[in-house]
Design a protein around this ligand. Structure first.
Ligand SMILES: Cc1ncc(COP(=O)(O)O)c(C=O)c1O
Ligand SMILES: N[C@@H](CCCC[NH3+])C(=O)O
Length: 417
């Protein structure tokens, strides 16, 4: 009798829909998400701040599937966006514009206009030039733009260099030493309303100390601003709390929130945060089928139907994500395999040297793929993007169709003549 994979340790899937059933209904590769897991994580953050005034602005870039956004909107979540595309997705999913913060170093004029028109909660402004542009556009619309300045606190997040954002060398934010001057300028601008101070130091952080170091610097700035008559209502500490992929031991949302609450005790400051990965990362898997096994004296390959275009993290960051067979009745000797996709790049792998007892045709899951999985996927090698499935109790819903091959060239043209 075939037993079906279901989740172990840190993931909370109440559901037990057999993944082979999902694969045969929706085909592979596909992303499978759990509503229960996503809701559980959002609530964990929300409850952990207890009575301290707070706002959880989920970072849409981690997973922008409409069903995911809708689940969070129904919980009353805020959203952190970085483009007008993300803004429209949040609105389409029923998100409240009054709970949206807009981050990013390169906001275009049309993006600012649209965000002002729908009445977002706050722009996290990343440079003086952006501030000036926002003031002009808000003026044209006869509005005042709500603003935090994103400061770069020069704190080492101790994460992969590609996803560390809070060091002086990174492109993000305004150097904290210059922040006072930029706030003073902002205070003179007629169409800018100063609300807060923002920072985000990086992603997949596995210890509290960089968050606390950044918060201390931000609080010192808040005090200096108060001395100059500039009142700050909230601090936005960004996202970045890490998850378990392998053997990391990140703080829980409870530990994280408790540490922040302690630092903010006695201050009249709301805390806003922008977690992405920690809300959805462990709420999703990538389901893929083995096309071929290729065994050689030196090396074995499991060639699967998902590839770097579906899940880029291993190729881009050398990220390790657990890969396990769906069926747990495997017989046969486990061997070491590189699990690779069909894309024509040597860097196209999902995992290296994984000990697996598998056969061609078997299903595998890549775990912790709910964040930065589908959202970083591409059509490289003209591969259609995978389907996305949401498991909700005893039901599995198709929440984004697999792309068709025809959709890959819709809107393109050959030259006339
Ligand atoms: C400004 C900003 N906020 C929030 C996030 C979300 O980060 P994470 O998914 O690590 O929580 C990011 C990405 O690192 C970001 O750049
Ligand atoms: N895409 C990255 C995280 C970057 C976060 C965006 N600021 C990852 O998969 O880990």
């Amino acid at each position: 009798m075939m037993e079906y994979f279901h989740y172990r340790y840190n993931v909370l899937w109440a559901e037990e829909i057999p993944l082979p059933e999902i694969a045969s209904r929706f085909d592979t590769p596909c992303y499978v998400y759990s509503r229960a897991a996503i809701e559980h994580q959002w609530r964990a953050f929300d409850q952990a701040f207890e009575k301290h005034p707070h706002q959880i602005c989920y970072a849409v870039k981690a997973n922008s599937n409409l069903a995911v956004l809708n689940i969070l909107a129904r919980l009353g979540s805020g959203f952190d966006i970085v483009s007008v595309g993300e803004l429209e997705r949040v609105l389409a999913a029923g998100g409240d514009p009054g709970r949206i913060v807009f981050s990013g170093v390169g906001k275009r004029a049309d993006e600012m206009e649209r965000a002002l028109a729908v009445g977002i909660a706050c722009f996290n402004v990343e440079s003086e030039a952006e501030l000036i542009r926002l003031n002009e556009i808000a003026g044209k619309l006869e509005q005042r733009a709500p603003v935090s300045l994103r400061v770069n606190p020069d704190v080492d997040a101790r994460t992969h260099p590609y996803i560390a954002t809070g060091l002086r060398d990174n492109k993000f934010g305004i150097e904290i030493d210059q922040a006072l001057a930029v706030y003073a300028r902002a205070a003179t601008l007629p169409h800018i309303d100063i609300l807060g101070v923002d920072c985000h130091i990086g992603s997949q952080l596995t210890s509290l100390s960089p968050f606390l170091a950044a918060l201390e610097r931000v609080l010192a700035l808040v005090d200096q601003l108060a001395e100059r008559g500039i009142k700050i209502r909230h601090i936005d500490l960004g996202g970045g709390l890490g998850i378990i992929y392998r053997d990391e031991a990140p703080p829980s949302p409870q530990q994280y929130a408790a540490a922040l609450r302690q630092k903010l005790a006695g201050r009249n400051l709301e805390i806003w945060i922008e977690p992405g990965r920690a809300i959805v990362g462990n709420g999703g898997v990538l389901l893929t089928r083995i096309e071929y096994l290729k065994q050689a004296p030196q090396k074995n390959f499991a060639i699967v139907d998902a590839a770097m275009n579906d899940l880029l993290r291993p190729a881009l960051y050398d990220a390790w994500q657990e890969i396990i067979p769906v069926a747990v009745d495997a017989t046969g000797e486990p061997l070491f395999f590189d699990v690779v996709g069909p894309v024509c790049e040597t860097g196209d792998f999902l995992g290296k040297r994984r000990q697996l007892a598998i056969e061609a045709g078997d299903l595998l899951v890549v775990r912790a793929a709910g964040a930065y999985g589908f959202t970083m996927s591409s059509n490289y090698n003209s591969r259609p993007r995978a389907a996305e499935i949401m498991v909700d109790g005893a039901e599995a819903h198709l929440v984004r169709e697999r792309e068709t091959v025809e959709s890959l060239y819709r809107g393109e043209a050959t030259l006339p003549g």
